[in-house]
Ligand binder design. Structure first.
Ligand SMILES: [Zn+2]
Length: 304
C-alpha cells in the first residue's frame, strides 16, 4: 500500500476568545471544524497539531512596531478595536499570534510536503499599522515575508478567493515585485474602498458556481502569464456560499469544492507548494460554512 504524505494542519481554536452573545464573528466555527475534520474522518487526527505562536520579530517584518506593541500590551484604543471588530483581551492576543504562527508553520510544512494548512488565518484585512474586519495581523503577508527572508524563496503568489477583497495584503505588497497579490471578490462587498492588488477580479452579486469557476479558470491563466511563483499562499474563504449572511454570492458547497480542486490541481500539477488558510464564512446556520471548509480538506486529501 502506498502511504500518502501527511497534510499538516495547524489549529488555534484552543485559545478561546470571549465574545458577547450574538457577536457577528463566528468564533465557534473553528473548534467545530477541527472536531468534524476528525469525527467525519476527513483527515487522520495525526495530521492536526496546535499552531505555534508567531514572534514579535516575524510580525514586525510586516507590521509597524508600535501597532504590534499596542496589541500585545493591551493599548489598542476604542476606535482601533472597533475597526477590528473584536474587543481586546489577553486571549485575543494569544489567538492572533497562533493564527499567524499556524500559517508560518504550514508554510514550513508545505515546503517539505507540498501541501499544508492552517485552520485559522487568511486575515487579509489587516494592514501594516492597523487591523480591520476581524483581522488583527496579516498572516499571509507575514508568511510571504518570512519565505522571502528566511527560506530563499524568490516569488510568492497570494491567491485570495474570499468574497471580500484582500485589501490589507494588496496594500502591504503594493511595491513588492516578489509578491503577487490576486484577489477575486464580490464587487459590492466590504471593503467598499478597494485597494489595488496585482490582479483584482470582481464578481457580481449572486454569482453562481458556473460563473465563479469560469472566472477562476481565466484568473489562473492570467496569473500564469504574469507571474511564476515558487510558493502559493491560498486564502480559501468560503463566504461565497449562497447561505452566507455576508457574502452576497450564490455558490454551492460542491462548487466551492470544485474551486479548491481547480486551484490545487493547477499548482500541485506544477509541483508548487501550496499553503491553505481559512477565510471568511458566516453561514446561517454556521454548519453550512463548516461543511464548506470541510470540503476544502476533502479536496486537499485528494492531493496528499
Ligand atoms: Zn470574507
Amino acid at each position: 500500500m502506498v502511504e500518502s504524505t501527511a497534510v499538516h494542519i495547524y489549529y488555534s481554536d484552543h485559545h478561546a476568545v470571549p465574545l458577547p452573545p450574538g457577536h457577528r464573528f463566528p468564533m465557534g466555527k473553528y473548534a467545530r471544524l477541527r472536531a468534524r475534520l476528525v469525527d467525519d474522518a476527513v483527515v487522520p487526527a495525526a495530521w492536526l497539531a496546535p499552531a505555534p505562536l508567531a514572534s514579535r520579530d516575524e510580525l514586525e517584518r510586516v507590521h509597524d512596531a508600535d501597532y504590534v506593541a499596542a496589541v500585545i500590551d493591551g493599548r489598542l484604543d476604542e476606535r482601533a478595536q472597533r475597526r477590528i471588530g473584536l474587543t481586546w483581551s489577553p486571549a485575543m492576543v494569544t489567538r492572533s499570534l497562533a493564527s499567524v504562527g499556524g500559517t508560518l508553520a504550514a508554510a514550513r510544512a508545505a515546503l517539505r510536503d507540498g501541501l499544508a494548512g492552517n485552520l485559522a488565518g487568511g486575515t487579509h484585512h489587516a494592514h501594516r499599522g492597523f487591523g480591520s474586519g476581524f483581522c488583527v495581523w496579516n498572516d499571509l503577508a507575514v508568511t510571504a515575508r518570512w519565505l522571502l527572508a528566511e527560506r530563499g524563496v524568490r516569488r510568492v503568489l497570494i491567491l485570495d478567493l474570499d468574497v471580500h477583497q484582500g485589501d490589507g495584503t494588496a496594500t502591504i505588497f503594493a511595491d513588492e515585485p516578489r509578491v503577487f497579490t490576486c484577489s477575486m471578490h464580490g464587487a459590492r462587498n466590504f471593503p467598499f474602498h478597494k485597494a489595488t492588488s496585482d490582479l483584482d477580479v470582481e464578481l457580481p452579486d449572486g454569482a453562481d458556481d458556473a460563473l465563479v469557476l469560469a472566472r477562476l479558470d481565466e484568473t489562473l491563466a492570467a496569473v500564469a502569464e504574469r507571474f511564476s511563483p515558487d510558493v502559493v499562499l491560498y486564502q480559501a474563504g468560503v463566504d461565497a456560499l449562497a447561505a452566507d449572511k455576508l457574502g452576497r454570492l450564490g455558490m454551492s458547497a460542491a462548487g466551492l469544492a470544485e474551486r479548491d480542486r481547480r486551484v490545487l490541481g493547477h499548482f500541485r500539477s506544477r509541483g508548487l507548494p501550496v499553503v491553505l488558510t481559512l477565510g471568511g464564512g458566516y453561514g446561517d446556520p454556521i454548519d453550512l460554512t463548516i461543511d464548506a471548509h470541510l470540503g476544502t480538506y476533502r479536496v486537499a486529501r485528494e492531493f496528499a
